[in-house]
Design a protein around this ligand. Structure first.
Ligand code: FAD
Length: 311
């Protein structure tokens, strides 16, 4: 453990947390960032990021690592551990439980991000990690020369289908609606890719097999017709990209949440609890991207600095 007391505790080492930590340290706050996994958050899972302004051709891993490293270079201490619990003390400061250790912080920027939503078909949990995946960059290589089904019709699903089309022999996209919900440029690329087939109005009903899946049952949502497709064990995979749910359980009692689970903040990232700021994908916002996450983080840390200057 690096320190038992700090001015600013930043929980989460994705783009929002990294940016908040950088701004906190540069404002002179003794800042600690808590991240149990690989630095960079969700973006580290993706192949090429081509929409971050000024960096047209950077991998997600490079971008996520660079954001995190920039914070460390600015003097931020890191704790590579999950924050298990957060409590507000009577004096208004906070106590973080990290395993059997405790850390006190005068202010918090919470940047817990979001996690992949399940598609909800029978067998999804059983075969997660054994035929069902939520990350093409992480697991795509297991399907070199094989068949993959991609569930989803949004931008992330299209991006990942294009990535998988360069590895797999064939990609079948299953889109619940009758059209994509993705920018036209990406849809055009999907349509121009010879080994991607698209089936609209279709979802996965179930996946079955023994150690590995062998049978996928598809459902046409218009006719309710079920179609069974059988494959050899290990010859195909199912990638789910149906959206993300904000991660906010850690701060549930200290914030208000919207219907989609996102934390409600003011424009300065403050919550209903003084000294607790939330940033990035975990909060209610119209666009969950790296560019908005880093912006949120910078605002949150600046607001934390202003808050600490007044108390
Ligand atoms: C496959 C994929 C492709 C994407 N492509 C793009 C793209 O091309 N362009 C783009 O702009 N955006 C893209 N995004 C979205 C982008 O990655 C997110 O908007 C961004 O990462 C959000 O940053 P964040 O810091 O809010 O959250 P996250 O990146 O989710 O980071 C949150 C971090 O908090 C940590 N954490 C959670 N709970 C705790 C806890 N209790 N204690 C300590 N740490 C905790 C997690 O380990 C995680 O590292 C993509 C996302 C995915 C999944």
């Amino acid at each position: 453990m690096v320190s038992t007391e700090c001015d600013l505790a930043v929980i989460g080492g994705g783009p929002a947390g990294s940016s908040a930590a950088l701004y906190g340290a540069r404002a002179g706050l003794k800042t600690v960032i808590f991240e149990p996994g690989l630095p960079g958050g969700q973006i580290a899972q993706t192949d090429i990021v081509d929409n971050y302004p000024g960096l047209p051709d950077i991998s997600g891993f490079e971008l996520g690592s660079a954001l995190y490293q920039h914070a460390l270079d600015a003097g931020v201490d890191q704790v590579q551990h999950f924050v298990d619990a957060l409590h507000r003390k009577p004096d208004g400061s906070f106590l973080l439980n990290i395993g059997s250790d405790e850390v006190s912080a005068r202010a918090i920027v919470c940047a817990l991000g979001a996690k992949a939503r399940k598609a909800g078909f029978t067998g999804e949990d059983t075969f997660t990690g054994r035929g069902v995946s939520y990350c093409a960059t992480c697991d795509g290589m297991f399907y070199r020369g094989k068949l993959v089904y991609v569930i989803g019709g949004g931008k992330a699903a299209c991006d990942e289908a294009l990535f998988l089309s360069r590895i797999a022999s064939r990609v079948i996209m299953l889109v619940r609606r009758d059209q994509f919900r993705a920018p036209k440029g990406i849809v055009n690329k999907i349509q121009a890719t010879a080994n991607i087939d698209v089936r609209f109005n279709t979802l996965v009903d179930s996946l079955a097999g023994d150690a590995l899946p062998t049978t996928i049952v598809l459902k046409n949502v218009l006719t309710q017709q079920l179609t069974e497709e059988r494959h050899n064990p290990g010859s195909f995979g199912v990638f789910v990209f149906t959206g993300f749910d904000p991660v906010a359980g850690l701060v549930n009692e200290y914030v208000d949440r919207a219907d989609d689970g996102g934390v409600i903040t003011k424009e300065d990232m403050s919550t209903k609890t003084p000294g607790l700021f939330c940033a990035g994908d975990m909060r209610v916002k119209p666009l969950r991207q790296v560019v908005t996450a880093v912006s949120d983080g910078a605002i949150a840390a600046t607001s934390a600095y202003n808050y600490l200057a007044l108390i």
